[in-house]
Design a protein around this ligand. Structure first.
Ligand code: ADP
Ligand code: MG
Length: 398
């Protein structure tokens, strides 16, 4: 497997980097968790919808070793920060924000088993706060490494263990970090299969796999390089708005989640929502669920033209009904649809800024990049980054 060859190469370098911070050590283990793109089904995981993500071969590496000290030591290369803390200092209000992800994992594991002090080196090659789920990647790789080190429920090949770890990481993000996210990111980072997209029913936690063969086309990731903070962004507000919609609708309809509203009942459901803005939120929820079904069929049928059209419709709904796209993502969308070789484009992840995915022929990637870079730079003063996609498997020891 080519992606694992690359990781074996990385391993030596990672160990060297660990040793620069913590000194040499024979008892080292190395782990990797991928990031992800979401092909379609955006902002519907926290409303029980079905989503269609895939893990990518960029992610977060952790090198870990037991330590004889009385405190935990962790270093993030991305943050260029070495932090030491004792078990007593673990808190959701810890002043260094990124350390809270590790503390959330430790706090949870400490209720299950004994976790002894250790040295942890973290290095990611995903852009942070950009919609490719560096947060779930970080949480899963830390959980996996610490479960391994403490010999707690560690089993590389056990579906149930991966599922439970994903659920715990979602809880940490909800309760420790303060982001009311759904289960999509953690589930795909934990469970992804190589070359596959994952159809996940977020209400029932049921999965279906679909091999993704795009033929002459590919998904290119475009990073607007305009980061955003989800905690400060309107993410939690959207969650509250949809909770309110559900409350109103449950007085009139027999549903357990917004995903339970069939497209045919959209007009009726809208008539039960007294606030115009929330009608738009509901419209996105119901139509996006429908688009996920359609996109799944289009990937299965290798209908890339149809798939591209569905992706564009998704972006437009996120822009007009859900209002989570923002100036930079819309500019890139508008430039992209003017390019004749582009079959489809949409924001991926929570939005507000961050990344988009573009479906286009492999041999047009370079032309597209050249064309769009100049226009975007002239309009915003920002430079785009581009990443190719290979769909990889979930968190693992390497
Ligand atoms: P996304 O998941 O889209 O990348 P989030 O805002 O959910 O964006 O999570 C990003 C946060 O996760 C960062 O601000 C940082 O606190 C933390 N994080 C992710 N990767 C790393 C890393 N390699 N080192 C330190 N912190 C990280
Ligand atoms: Mg995140």
């Amino acid at each position: 497997m080519q992606s694992d060859l690359i990781q074996q190469k990385n391993k030596k370098k990672l160990i060297k980097n660990f040793e620069k911070v913590f000194g040499s050590n024979k008892n080292l283990s190395v782990f990797f968790a991928p990031g992800r793109i979401n092909i379609i089904g955006e902002h519907i995981d926290y409303c029980g919808g079905k989503v269609l993500p895939a893990a990518i071969d960029k992610g977060t590496f952790v090198v870990i070793s037991p330590s004889s000290k009385k405190y935990f030591s962790c270093f993030s290369k991305n943050e260029n920060d070495l932090v030491n803390f004792t078990s007593k200092e673990i808190s959701a209000k810890y002043p260094i924000f990124w350390v809270r992800y590790l503390m959330g994992v430790l706090q949870h594991l400490q209720t299950k088993t004994k976790i002894s002090p250790c040295n942890i080196y973290i290095e990611g090659n995903l852009p942070l706060e950009s919609g490719l789920s560096s947060s779930a990647s970080l949480l899963l790789v830390l959980s996996w490494a610490l479960q391994y080190l403490s010999d707690f429920r560690y089993n590389e090949n056990d579906f149930e263990n991966r599922k439970q770890t994903a659920l715990v990481c979602q809880k940490i993000e909800n309760q420790f970090i303060g982001l009311q996210c759904g289960i999509m990111d953690q589930a795909v980072v934990a469970l992804a299969k190589q070359n596959n997209v994952m159809l996940l029913d977020c209400e029932k936690f049921e999965l279906e796999w679909l091999e993704c063969n795009l033929g002459e086309d590919t998904f290119l990731i475009v990073n607007s390089n305009k980061p955003r903070s989800l905690i400060e962004s309107k993410y939690n507000q959207r969650k509250q708005e949809t909770d309110q919609c559900l409350l109103w609708l449950q007085r009139k309809m027999q549903i357990t989640s917004l995903a339970g509203i069939p497209t045919e009942q959209l007009e009726e459901a809208l008539s039960f929502i007294p606030v115009k803005t929330l009608q738009k939120r509901l419209k996105h929820q119901v139509t996006e669920n429908q688009r996920v079904k359609l996109a799944y069929q289009q990937i299965a049928a290798k209908d890339n033209i149809g798939l591209g059209k569905t992706l564009k419709e998704s972006h437009l709904s996120l822009r007009e009904n859900y209002e989570v796209t923002g100036k930079e993502l819309d500019l890139i969308f508008d430039y992209s649809i003017q390019n004749k070789s582009v079959k489809g484009v949409r924001m991926t992840g929570a939005g507000f800024a961050g990344c988009l995915i573009v479906l286009l022929p492999k041999n047009e990637v370079e032309n597209y990049q050249n064309q769009i870079q100049g226009k975007y730079q002239a309009a915003t003063g920002l430079k785009l980054s581009f990443y190719s996609t290979t769909f990889t498997q979930g968190v693992r020891k390497i």
